[in-house]
Design a protein around this ligand. Structure first.
Ligand code: SAM
Length: 421
């Protein structure tokens, strides 16, 4: 695709996201790197871009038509963050606004972008971290209070980069095949068996498309590896919130359980897990069910994996629009649902059985906060010593671990509970 076509597609995606769409659902099977970089980049940097653009436009920014806001954001993003020469990016934005049916705004777009370029260094060096790293103020304040200024700034900064592609291989010969073709694979620094191809990510995309590799963030892979290490092989396992099935597949492959139940609320998503588990050659009972009322006997499981639906604040670099939609109220609502899932997951544990509770959220209220006052028949399993010590994690006050988003992985929080004898 040409730059111009990429820009128009990215603008259409951005307008759909403003209407409530999720960016991750907009990209088709084709790689479309230029569209992805522009769409996700503008969503990531929205506040910083707006802080430069809004004062130049005479009308209140929220009342400026979405097509004009989008063309301005894209134009400024291209010149200051993609390194597109200023005249090329400006012409591109002017052409874009015409393609979006708003030719009358071409002069405005041209004039605003000229001035915005001059003002950009103010935004880049802003003292306000929310403006410099393009996050809502309440999240900056919350993370600074909960994790300290240094960690908060490292999280903000990590959320502004693209997430690299990491895979694990379903086909045991794939790595050798790639090596024979001269593809240099790199193993992840702390997640065994996670691989990237820093010089040639496209080759991994093809392996994913042909079914020999599965794309999964290393922190997510770590959850499955850890869960498998807490129980004996040949045990009874349930994954309560399993789709699209990455952790279930990874877990089943290493653990070889005697029985495995795989559930998810949504039939369409269940099919994703079904396909993946079939490809890995795992026999499992897979069904659509509400994990709050799972169709399983109380006390019948040795391992319950609960990778709960969450706010996703550990994955903001992948899903940048989440930060603009989330509120503190949402966190409370999500925590209430998670509590119900946790109670039902605990009820499934046999004596000595373990529940692994994980989220791709770094928020305490969605994680250790839920373990306050758990019934006495469950004990906390300390996880820090069970994870490779080079893993960049911090211990929570409930024996769990938190990985903050970094260039090596998404943010995740993991806890484990065992049913006492
Ligand atoms: C974080 S994702 C799971 C990712 C998955 N474990 C993996 O590694 O591929 C959470 C999942 O929970 C599912 N879910 C949400 N509410 C649920 C419920 N009440 N019962 C079962 N599944 C639910 C969602 O459909 C979603 O697929």
């Amino acid at each position: 695709m040409s730059n111009s076509a990429d820009r128009i597609t990215a603008a259409r995606h951005l307008i759909r996201v403003e209407d409530g769409a999720y960016s991750s659902r907009l990209f088709g099977a084709r790689r479309q790197a230029g569209v992805r970089t522009r769409t996700l980049g503008v969503l990531r940097w929205r506040r910083t871009l707006d802080s430069t653009l809004a004062p130049i436009v005479k009308r209140p920014w929220a009342k400026v038509d979405v097509e004009i806001r989008t063309a301005l954001r894209l134009g400024l993003f291209e010149m200051v963050l993609l390194g597109v020469p200023r005249p090329v990016a400006t012409d591109g934005a002017v052409h874009l606004i015409r393609s979006l049916g708003r030719s009358s705004a071409a002069g405005l777009v041209n004039a605003v972008l000229r001035r915005a370029y001059e003002r950009w260094p103010d935004a880049e060096g802003a003292k306000n971290l929310g403006i410099r790293y393009s996050h809502p103020g309440w999240l900056v304040t919350k993370w600074t209070k909960e994790f300290g200024a240094t960690v908060a700034e490292s999280v903000l900064s990590a959320n502004q980069s693209e997430a690299p592609l990491w895979v694990w291989f379903l086909d045991s010969e794939a790595r050798e095949r790639l090596a024979e073709r001269g593809v240099a694979l790199q193993e992840h620094p702390w997640c065994p068996d996670a691989w990237s191809a820093p010089d040639n990510a496209r080759v991994l995309v093809r392996e994913i498309e042909n079914g020999s590799a599965y794309a999964q963030d290393p922190s997510s892979q770590l959850v499955a590896n850890l869960a498998g290490s807490l129980v004996e092989p040949e045990c009874r396992v349930v994954d309560l919130c399993a789709a699209p099935g990455g952790k279930a597949a990874r877990l089943a492959r290493s653990l070889r359980p005697s029985s495995m139940v795989v559930l998810d609320l949504y039939p369409k998503r269940v099919r994703l897990a079904q396909n993946l588990l079939a490809r890995v050659g795992v026999g499992a009972c897979i069904a659509a069910a509400d994990a709050v009322r799972p169709p399983l006997r109380s006390g019948s499981m040795d391992l319950t994996l609960l990778d709960a639906p969450c706010s996703g604040t550990g994955t903001l670099r992948r899903h940048p629009e989440i930060r603009w939609r989330l509120s503190q109220e949402d966190l409370k609502r999500t925590a209430n649902s998670q509590k119900r899932l946790l109670e039902s997951g605990l009820d499934l544990l046999a004596v000595n059985g373990v529940l692994v509770y994980a989220t791709c959220s770094i928020e305490p209220e969605e994680n250790e906060g839920l373990l306050e006052g758990i019934p006495a028949q469950y004990e906390i399993v300390d996880l820090v010593d069970r994870i490779e010590s080079t893993t960049p994690m911090v211990a929570t006050d409930k024996g769990g671990v938190r990985l903050f988003p970094s260039e090596d992985g998404d943010g995740f929080t993991i806890h484990a509970l065992r049913r006492r004898k």
